[in-house]
Design a protein around this ligand. Sequence first.
Ligand SMILES: [Zn+2]
Length: 253
Amino acid sequence: MDFSAYDEVRQQKLQELSNIQNYVRCSTCYMEYLTTYLGDEPGSYCNQCGRCRTANFPSVRPARRIQGAAALFLEEEFLPHIEKRPEHEAGWSLSYHGNSHTGRLVRASKYEDAGPFALSLVNRTVQLIRTRYPLATIDGIVSVPPTKSGLLVESFARQIAALLDVEYLTVLEKVRITQEQKYLTNWRQKVDNVKEAFCISSPQVVAGRTLLLIDDIYDSGYMLREVGHTLLQAGAKLVYPLTITRTAHSDDQ
Ligand SMILES: [Zn+2]
């Protein structure tokens, strides 16, 4: 397989990232950085920006109470939305993956051997389903099979199924090995990684059912779309996706 096209995209993205970082760190004039980047001669300062006139941009420290309210809003209320696709309905993630408390809990279980996903995540997920999903119509819960071995997501989904009194269906299987989506650097690789990677062991079990599909991390969305597609092909009526976290980059298309 020829990976040179992937490498080229990767190099270009890294260069873009480095330019953005340099902009943030630039010590002379923000506007000069931009105009130079776009081809002007360096050395003309704007006398307006946060570098040229630091006095005009005092750093503001909101009260602790306001910081707390903002953090809670970002964590609990401002849930990342999963867009409706041909392969699944709309859904939500509990939190962004990055620096949130939820993200740290997920990483601890997934990469640092901290055991099953925290009970607080189970409870918040149940709450999320009760408040935002059409729970009365959902008559089966399924989970995305793991990249490596392990039952992390499955046992999480089983706990939720038990608490909601909805049947957990052991029907999704992998037909080949996949890599973790977050380690792949562009959408082409992500699509190829999951394409036709799943099958349904007993299609009669999902036929006609409205399913809740659970995974731990929403990366590009291709995983949920592929699994959703597999479930619909097997006769499922509707598929509602839910993930614990969502990575915050923008190659979701
Ligand atoms: Zn300036």
